[in-house]
Structure formats: structure tokens, C-alpha cells
Design a binder for this molecule. Sequence first.
Ligand SMILES: Nc1nc2c([nH]c(=O)n2[C@H]2C[C@H](O)[C@@H](COP(=O)(O)OP(=O)(O)OP(=O)(O)O)O2)c(=O)[nH]1
Length: 142
Amino acid sequence: MTDRRLVVAAAIVDDLDRPAWLLAARRSRPAALAGRWEFPGGKVDPGEGPVEALHRELVEELGVEVELGAELVGPDDGAWVITDRHVMRLWYVRVVAGEPRPLVEHDELRWLPVGESPDLDWLEGDVRIVDALVEDVASLAR
Ligand SMILES: Nc1nc2c([nH]c(=O)n2[C@H]2C[C@H](O)[C@@H](COP(=O)(O)OP(=O)(O)OP(=O)(O)O)O2)c(=O)[nH]1
């Protein structure tokens, strides 16, 4: 766990209090991951804070500025192990400036109704996170 590289990512939603829509992104590279869906984000650089890295990645990848909401805390020391080399932290975010576009790393973006477990080909490590997110959103609505 400790030697895994930290990845930060965003569950981009239409509304932080009552999310109805979630933005999923389809990877275009590397070849091994191309065509699979994920939460936009990326690796935290040395010397960079996780939240700072998340803002940087969302500007680079989608051209948007965001407001952060709650973190979706995971079971692996508060984070989510996603591969044998990466552990991810994920925050709900809302776009406050710009229109999300697949600028680099993605070739398609899709808004999904977050109430239904979205039937997309997610990266393997994301599947349980998507399930947890659907459950979390359902609990917010109760
Ligand atoms: N961004 C992101 N990466 C994920 C998710 N799920 C998952 O397994 N990963 C994996 C894919 C990659 O192996 C790794 C993140 O790498 P990345 O390629 O997004 O990082 P980066 O933007 O900093 O890219 P680079 O500068 O290293 O090329 O984590 C996810 O939901 N979002």
C-alpha cells in the first residue's frame, strides 16, 4: 500500500448536494487502457499536494476549473487501491468554469445518470468505486 503511487481523480457531478449526473471519461491511451472508462485525474507529482494535483489534472485533461465537494473515502487506509502500482483518492467535484472536453488522454466524455449503476467498461479498479459511489449518492437522496 505505502509504495503505491498516488492518483487523484474526480467524480464530476452536476450538483454536489444532490448529484444526478456523473461525467465518465474514456481513455485513448496508453493502448492497454484505451477504450476503458475512468474518473478523470492523474498522478500526484513530487512536491505537489493531492488537491493541487487534482485541479491541475482537470485543467490539463478537460479544460475545466472545479469546486471540490466531499471525498469518497475508500477502504484502503481511506483510499482505493486501483492497481498493484496505484492507489487513488476521489472527490466529488462540480465544474465552475469551462465546458469539459476530452483534450488529452480521453476520446469521449459521457454524462451518466448516477442513480443507475452505469453499464460501461470501467477500468478494473474502478468497478467497486463506481458501485460505492452509486450507493453513496443513493444515501444522500434518502
Ligand atoms: N486517472 C485515473 N487513473 C486510473 C483510474 N483507475 C485506474 O485504474 N487508473 C490507473 C490508470 C493508470 O495506470 C493510473 C493513472 O495514470 P494516469 O495516466 O491517469 O496519470 P497521469 O495523467 O499523471 O499520466 P502520466 O503523466 O503518467 O502519463 O491509474 C481512474 O479512474 N482515473
